[in-house]
Write a protein that binds this ligand. Structure first.
Ligand code: 13P
Length: 251
């Protein structure tokens, strides 16, 4: 049985002190959430060490939002997978559309980053999703299929145990425009089919696929009720502990 997960992507928000308070509030409320639901907070790099202290011993897991595509050395300003691991974090998000769009993240780089993250013992949330132009041109299935294959087909069924996929339609991120439950479900089902074709039915059945894009307590229930939607990757609503936990209570 695949795991249900609600992950909060804080993006470039909060100071360290604010992040620590937010994490404390999430930990405090986490007892309300059924035991089978995984809770993850993905903080800025600068917050990882402090937030690791807060979540230690709790059910809340810690994630980075990116990692370097090199192992170590003269790469000024980059943060390696081993550095992330040494903070206590156990996950990293990779391939978020904001990184693809603003920082030139390519599928080739994502293969390398995923390889390094898995080798360091980090689990990966790999983001895929079409932009508005691609959706309007009716290319959404093709785009998501291509992004999924371009990265994940370089890995094994065993690797897939440590990889979660997040479908985030770019036009729904931070816009208040959520994909309808049907729109999200058909893409999630498509991703699962792509995974089944490569890794077999069992791996596809066991892979957690999250939805992200203006997910909030008021729409999470309908989204999470879909057979192929296993939780959410939450942006704006993850910055308020009540909303984040409210979403996690929506299964
Ligand atoms: P919003 O929930 O703010 O739309 O962001 C979604 C997202 O990009 C999570 O990674």
């Amino acid at each position: 049985m695949r795991k249900k997960i609600v992950a909060g992507n804080w993006k470039m928000n909060t100071t360290v002190a604010e992040g620590v308070e937010l994490a404390k509030a999430v930990v405090a409320k986490s007892a309300e959430v059924p035991a089978g639901v995984g809770l993850i907070v993905a903080t800025p790099f600068t917050h990882l060490v402090s937030v690791a202290e807060v979540v230690k011993g709790s059910r809340v897991e810690l994630s980075a939002q990116n990692c370097a595509d090199k192992e170590k050395g003269a790469y000024t300003g980059e943060v390696s997978v081993n550095m992330i691991k040494s903070t206590g974090a156990t996950w990293t998000i990779l391939g978020h559309s904001e990184r693809r769009q603003y920082y030139g993240e390519t599928d080739e780089k994502l293969v390398e980053k995923t390889r390094l993250a898995l080798a360091a013992g980090l689990k990966v949330i790999l983001c895929v999703g079409e932009n508005l132009e691609e959706r309007e041109a009716g290319k959404h299935f093709e785009v998501v299929k291509n992004q999924t294959e371009a990265v994940l087909f370089n890995f094994t069924a065993e690797d897939m145990k440590n990889i979660v996929v997040a479908y985030e339609p770019v036009w729904a991120i931070g816009t208040g425009k959520t994909a309808t439950a049907d729109q999200a479900e058909e893409i999630h089902a498509c991703i699962r089919k792509v995974l089944a074709g490569k890794f077999g039915e069992q791996v596809a059945e066991d892979t957690t696929i999250l939805y992200g894009g203006s997910c909030k307590p008021s729409n999470a229930k309908e989204l999470f009720a879909q057979p192929d939607i296993d939780g959410g990757l939450i942006g704006g609503a993850a910055l308020k502990a009540d909303d984040f936990i409210g979403i996690a209570l929506s299964f």
